[in-house]
Design a protein around this ligand. Structure first.
Ligand code: PEP
Ligand code: MN
Length: 338
């Protein structure tokens, strides 16, 4: 249930509504927009609907939110959310690019990658130190040593670091190094992990599960936000379909849909979304044209030698070209690269 306050409602009137709700043991989430305040109420639906809230001073109306997700819902917050990651703003009129190799492979490889993506105009360095691999025999990542290398790359370039956290146990160590925690596709419904990152104050990049519906994805975001961490950015990275030419089917309609349903920023990952480097540029451009707030792109100094996802990684030259193209589409969409 959401309570919409009148534009002219005073703070005292707002607080009286909040007091009434909290005294009944209901959970309250406040959203102060530019034009009005919205109070989200979570708890016994029957009890809430019977309260004479609409009779209270300053209240415009009470609306029932039928979707399972509340805090994520645009009904709850009309303005686009802008997530601040150490001074880099994701959402609104900004277009943010996260780029780098699939995995941190060595100190030299990640430092060189950082230099390359920085030069091309990226804002974040990506790279997995803990890798969720399909095969247990494939390269599993450098773990904490990899995190140290990412931190060194940040120091040298000023890029922000986004890296994946694969389980509850490693949330503290990954949080100690990363600017943003990535929840990978395979963990999108690891509810314990979602709740744990929800208890931190680190911004979270929540990738769509490989077979998740938009509804399930938004509920996953709700898990994080319901623990108090409102700094969530969604990432469309393709879903599994019958198509085999591409690794996944990049669902750009989900970007448009999410923009309607939710106020959260959303970025597009055309690398995992296609699995083929030749398709990355075109789908990056398409993602921006759909209204995405940014991109996540795999770039490797030498894709042919990559320990993971070389086939979908751009060379430094191709990343440079893609960035130039992306800037043009961004301009058309009224977005700018900060
Ligand atoms: C990744 O970004 O490295 C990754 C493993 O992506 P996803 O979780 O989308 O498969
Ligand atoms: Mn990858």
């Amino acid at each position: 249930m959401i309570i919409v306050m009148c534009p002219e409602a005073t703070k005292t009137e707002r607080n009286m509504v909040i007091d009434k709700l909290t005294k009944l043991g209901l959970k309250v989430h406040l959203s102060e927009g530019a034009s009005r305040t919205i109070i989200g109420v979570i708890g016994d639906k029957q009890l809430i609907s019977e309260l004479p809230i609409e009779a209270m001073d300053g209240v415009e109306k009470m609306v029932s939110v039928t979707a399972d997700y509340k805090l994520v819902n645009r009904q709850f917050k009309q303005e686009d959310t802008v997530v601040n990651v150490g001074g880099v703003l994701i959402g609104g009129s900004n277009l943010v690019v996260m780029a780098g190799p699939c995995a941190v492979e060595s100190r030299e490889q990640i430092l060189l990658s950082a230099e390359i993506v920085k030069k091309a105009g990226a804002h974040f360095l990506r790279g997995g130190a803990y890798k969720p691999r399909t095969s247990p025999y494939a390269f599993q990542g450098l773990e904490e040593r990899g995190l140290e290398m990412l931190a060194e790359a940040r120091e040298k370039t000023g890029l922000k670091i986004v890296t994946e956290v694969v389980d509850v146990e490693t949330v503290p160590v990954v949080s100690a190094y990363a600017d943003m925690l990535q929840i990978g596709s395979r963990n999108m419904q690891n509810f314990q992990l979602l709740k744990t990152v929800g208890k931190t104050n680190k911004p979270v990049l929540l990738k769509r599960g490989l077979s998740a519906t938009i509804n399930e994805w938004l509920n996953a975001a709700e898990y994080i936000m319901s623990e108090g961490n409102y700094n969530v950015v969604l990432c469309e990275r393709g879903i599994r379909t019958y198509e085999e030419y591409t690794r996944n089917t990049l669902d750009l309609s989900a970007v448009a849909a999410v923009k309607n349903i939710s106020h959260l920023p959303i970025i597009v990952d055309p690398s995992h979304g296609t699995g083929r480097w030749k398709l990355v540029g075109p789908m990056a451009r398409a993602g921006i044209a759909t209204g995405a707030d940014g991109l996540m792109i795999e770039v490797h100094p030498n894709p042919a030698e990559a320990l993971s996802d070389g086939k979908q990684s751009l060379t430094p030259e191709n990343f440079m070209i893609t960035m130039e193209e992306v800037k043009k589409i961004a301009q058309v969409m009224g977005k700018r690269l900060p």
